[in-house]
Design a protein around this ligand. Structure first.
Ligand SMILES: Cc1cc2nc3c(=O)[nH]c(=O)nc-3n(C[C@H](O)[C@H](O)[C@H](O)COP(=O)(O)O)c2cc1C
Length: 322
């Protein structure tokens, strides 16, 4: 058993969280399985219709009575904060606010409902802003991760944030898949890890089999950092890059973002055609951590294996250096 400030504060057995991946990449089965295994399962509520989210939460409550989280990307979803809080998550997970948003007011609404607030940041300044606004846990997110990311590598940002916000607990995100990663994160001053890509390649993740297979097949060097998918969606992110797989679609449009903004209809049609013929030519968001993933497993097995490996490293390998 690894006990940290994170496990104590949130009331979970293990210092592990699954990422609240938006756009339908999480789901009741994944979140419920992660939480029931003793970690913190987090729904990604962004770009998921309210009725679907409510259905997922009902499903997760059938699977577990342990703590769960719900994530919102604040820059695009502030109007959904009360809808999400009404679903009574134990943890309100947030990321990517705009500079003009009043984080203290948003976090206070969550605290009034009895939720803990877990906020993800790509830079130290963002961590300090969130702590000043009352965040209970900070997730420091490095550039290796999948989806929207900042510019700083995980080893640096985690250490920077852990030093800057101590004693507020920090989770490390970006590149973690196993117990070695958990042990390393603890050494850097984090109180646990948050994993996105690893849980996408879980049995329960509600994504296409070809997407999971691409993660398993990846050696970690087939991703690229771009803003291309945001030019396509037309969403204005507050200074984020995105890491995704270098598929045929991505290869076609890289470096042509202004044209992509003009020709979104063409690009959507191209995506549909790729999806109809071969699902792994379209958009697949995942991190360099895919290079460390070689199988698709049940989420509960992943949680158990990560903890067991980290315990073994902490107990047997690290003391031999002293
Ligand atoms: C498909 C996908 C969707 C994501 N969506 C969100 C999201 O909606 N909100 C959020 O806070 N983070 C989101 N993330 C980022 C994760 O929270 C996390 O920082 C990242 O996955 C960690 O790196 P890893 O993928 O190497 O584990 C997403 C990540 C992926 C791969």
């Amino acid at each position: 058993m690894i006990t940290t400030q994170f496990t104590e504060l949130i009331g979970v057995e293990h210092p592990i969280a699954s990422a609240g991946m938006g756009g339908g990449a999480t789901g009741g089965e994944l979140v419920g399985s992660v939480s029931e295994a003793g970690a913190l399962g987090v729904f990604g509520a962004s770009f998921v219709p309210p009725d679907e989210l409510a259905k997922w939460v009902r499903r997760v409550r059938e699977l577990t009575s342990k703590p769960i989280g719900i994530n919102l990307l604040l820059h695009a979803t502030e109007e959904r904060v009360d809808e999400v809080l009404a679903l009574e998550p134990d943890v309100f997970s947030t990321a990517w606010p705009r500079d003009d948003q009043d984080l203290a007011a948003i976090f206070a609404r969550a605290h009034d409902r009895g939720c803990r607030v877990m906020h993800m940041v790509p830079r130290v300044e963002d961590a300090e802003r969130a702590v000043a606004a009352g965040a209970d846990v900070i997730v420091a997110q490095g550039n290796e991760g999948g989806g929207h990311i900042g510019e700083i590598g995980t080893v640096v940002i985690v250490r920077q944030v852990a030093k800057a916000v101590s004693p507020v607990p920090v989770l490390a995100a970006g590149g973690f898949v196993d117990g070695a990663g958990l042990a390393a994160a603890l050494a850097l001053g984090a109180d646990g890890i948050l994993l996105g890509t690893r849980f996408l390649a879980a049995h329960e993740a509600p994504i296409e089999p070809a997407y999971k297979d691409a993660i398993v097949a990846s050696s970690g060097d087939d991703t690229v950092v771009t803003t291309l998918s945001d030019s396509l969606s037309g969403r204005d992110w507050p200074g984020a890059w995105v890491r995704l797989r270098r598929t045929r679609f991505v290869q076609d449009w890289l470096g042509r973002e202004p044209e992509l903004r003009r020709r979104r209809e063409t690009a959507f049609a191209q995506l549909e055609a790729f999806e109809a013929s071969n699902a792994d030519d379209g958009l697949m968001f995942f991190g360099q951590s895919a290079g460390l993933i070689d199988s698709i497993k049940p989420a509960a097995d992943l949680v158990r294996e990560i903890v067991a490996e980290a315990e073994e490293i902490l107990r047997s390998r690290l003391p031999t250096f002293l």
